[in-house]
Design a binder for this molecule. Structure first.
Ligand code: HEC
Length: 186
């Protein structure tokens, strides 16, 4: 099996979460019920690049799931939240062909909740563009507004260089940075 061991992921996750917990300018992940103060989530309007990713994932809740994650499960890393991953048809074909790395246009959308059936607190997105992952973390749209990008340590969590995301996912480089489904497994 190519996916790195869960324990490696957990160790890195504690390091990563610890680092962001003390960072000024907002945490990477929200804490349930914390709406003000240093531990409250900070957000900023999406850039044009983030807006085009948000446009591309419109309707994602009708997309398929990986067989490993058909209903919300407790995350090993994303703040212990309840997570549910959706993917587009480009990824569906890559699953069938056991294709690595994932092709241009691949989209992975993960819903993050505090409770298995609660409302979606965060969306974390991976979008394959020009052979690289574009990372994005947003608070879903409230009412008529648009989704807002999470700001951690003063930096908007969007783009190809979002180390807060890539630094952990890179552990799984043999599986193109994806944890939820091993593409090349027999
Ligand atoms: C500390 C490690 C860690 C960090 C930091 C992290 N992730 Fe993940 N991510 C995971 C793990 C582990 C999974 C597999 C499902 C689970 O347990 O949550 C995952 C799953 C995902 C998925 C579903 C596809 C997959 O790889 O399984 C997306 C999309 C995603 N993460 C996006 C992000 C984004 C965007 C960020 C930055 C805001 C981020 N992740 C930060 C560990 C991490």
């Amino acid at each position: 099996m190519r996916v790195r061991s869960i324990s490696t992921v957990l160790i890195v996750s504690f390091v990563a979460l610890g680092a962001y917990a003390v960072e000024a300018g907002g945490p990477l992940w929200p804490k349930a019920g914390v709406v003000s103060g240093a531990n409250a989530l900070q957000t900023v309007a999406p850039s044009p690049e983030a807006k085009s990713v948000l446009a591309a994932i419109r309707g994602y809740s009708g997309w398929p799931h990986f067989a490993e994650n058909v209903k919300p499960k407790r995350s090993l890393a994303h703040n212990g939240m309840w997570v549910l991953v959706f993917h587009n048809d480009v990824v569906t074909r890559a699953v069938a062909k056991r294709q690595l790395p994932l092709p241009e246009g691949s989209l992975l959308v993960k819903e993050n909740r505090f409770e298995p059936t609660g409302k979606v607190a965060l969306l974390t997105v991976m979008s394959k563009q020009h052979g690289r992952w574009f990372w994005l973390e947003v608070v879903p749209a409230q009412g008529a507004g648009e989704p807002q990008v999470v700001k951690a340590g003063g930096t908007a969590i969007e783009g190809f260089r979002a180390q807060a995301c890539a630094g952990c996912h890179e552990q799984n480089v043999d599986n193109d940075g994806v944890f939820s489904h091993p593409f090349a497994e027999e």
